[in-house]
Structure formats: C-alpha cells, structure tokens
Design a protein around this ligand. Structure first.
Ligand SMILES: [Zn+2]
Length: 282
C-alpha cells in the first residue's frame, strides 16, 4: 500500500514538474517574440506580411555562412542573392555630391536601458518617441546594434566596429539605417556605461530603468554617404536606405575586444554595387 501511494505521489510530482516546464517554455517563447520583434528578420517579415520563419538559422561562417544564406530558408531568404544588397565598399572618388540632399535631422529623446543578445548581435531596443528626419521622411528609431568588424568599408578599409541605428517609416514600413564607424582610440565614455551589462549569451537580456541618450554616442558632424540597399542579415530584404556617417567615433581597444568577444565576427562580406550610385550631402 505504502509503495502504491508513493508511486502515485511520484507520478503526480512528475506531472506537475512536466507541466510547469511547459509553462516556462511558453513564457520564454512569448518573451523572445517580444524582445526580438524589432530585430532585422522580424522587421522584414512585418514589411512583407510573412510569418516568422523560426526554423531557419544562419551563421557568419561554415555551412550556414553568408554565401549560403539565400538557400537556408526556402523562398524566404532568396533576396540574399539580389542585386541591391548591403553592405558595400564605398569608393569616395565615385560618390556623387547632391546639393539637394538634406542633412540628418535628429529628434531623439532618452531611453531606458534594454540590451538583448539575439545570438547574432547585441541589440539595444530603444524606447518609442525618438525619430530622425532623413531626406524629408520621418522615421522612428527602433533599435541599434553592433557588428565587429565594420560591414561597410571605405575605399577598401574596414573599421573594427560599426553601429547600426535602425529606423522605420511608420507608414510604408520601409527602413532607414544610420551606420556609425568605430575606430580604436580613447575610451568611449557613453559605451562605458554598458560595458559591465552586455549580455554575453544568446537570449540573455539586461533591462534597467536607467536612462541614456543615444545622441551622446554619435559624432557631432553627421555628414553621410547614402545609397539604396538591403538588410545585412537574412532575409536580406531590399527595403533599406542607408546613411553611412563619414566621421568616426572612438572606442578603446578593451571596449572593442569586449564586443568582439561576445559577438565574434558578425559582419557580412561586401556585396556588388551593380550600378548603384552612392551620394553624399556634402
Ligand atoms: Zn546591422
């Protein structure tokens, strides 16, 4: 009799452990969808009204590396073989000066801290209410993230890190990304606020009510190169106007190493220009 009761209790116990695990899994899934809603794949899915293709997976090397991205998700990632892909090498001699191009006009405000490691980059989700006027279109700032080394190159030169500020036109859902190059130099004071809180592992997240202002991390002069291109991660959708800022910001060797140590090399190789023109507001 005793053993029967014991067995019964054991089974009940196992059932409750099992169901609570399942609940946790569901919560985690909900949470992941929430924190990753502004990553590039989700933004492209939103633009095309596509279901999230959570089974598809990419890497920066090996069999799931950039040269195979177009074939890793059925039809969904075919744009990775498109004709207007990013990043590109910007040849400064070939850049067209466009006097009609407006300067970048930032209407950024401060944000609480929300840093998420999505397995490909460290992404800072930014509170709603910040926007940028880019060539007369108002885009909302959604998030910014980092690549080590830089994705764009200037006359063939690659920088150690590039920051991407991802903006979305609330009406058309088209994207505008401002790229900022980091070069090795003095300790970056603004970046320093986050160095001890960078989420090291995939799906790790750091949230704090502590506010910061992204403008403090940008160069004062935002003269830029601009061209039409794509997301630099699958689905590589060609829905992005790029604004690559000429002036670099500095970060210390140690700071750059910290980012590289977490993200490893997460830059996509240079893509063919295919006749596209790069302009500047200079
Ligand atoms: Zn990026």
């Amino acid at each position: 009799m005793k053993t029967k009761i014991f067995k019964y209790a054991l089974v009940l116990g196992l059932i409750s452990v099992f169901t609570s695990c399942e609940n946790e899994q569901i919560d985690e899934q909900d949470q992941n969808q929430e924190v990753s809603k502004y990553d590039e794949t989700s933004l492209s899915n939103a633009f095309f009204g596509r279901e999230a293709s959570s089974d598809c997976h990419f890497e920066y090397e090996g069999m799931d590396g950039p040269e195979f991205w177009e074939d890793l998700c059925g039809e969904d990632w075919k744009d990775c073989a498109g004709n207007s892909q990013s990043p590109i090498n910007i040849i400064t001699n070939s850049v067209i000066e466009d006097d009609n191009m407006n300067n970048i006009n930032l209407n950024y405000t401060s944000s609480e801290t929300d840093i998420f490691n999505n397995g490909h980059t460290i992404q800072f989700n930014y509170d709603t209410g910040s926007s940028a006027s880019l060539n007369n279109i108002d885009y909302n700032l959604l998030q910014f993230h980092f690549h080590t080394g830089s994705e764009h190159t200037i006359n063939g030169v690659q920088y150690p890190m590039e920051m991407h500020l991802v903006h979305q036109d609330p009406i058309t859902k088209l994207l505008a990304v401002i790229g900022i190059f980091f070069k090795e130099g003095r300790t970056n004071r603004e970046l320093n606020r986050f160095m001890n809180n960078l989420p090291k592992l995939e799906d790790d997240q750091y949230i704090s009510s502590k506010k910061y202002h992204i403008k403090d991390m940008l160069p004062s002069d935002l003269e830029f190169y601009t061209y039409g291109g794509s997301l630099t991660t699958p689905a590589c959708s060609e829905i992005v106007t790029w604004y690559v800022v000429k002036k670099t910001v500095e970060a210390s060797h140690q700071q750059l190493e910290r980012f590289a140590g977490i993200m490893h090399e997460n830059f996509r190789p240079i893509q063919a220009l295919n006749g596209r023109v790069v302009s500047t507001n200079d």
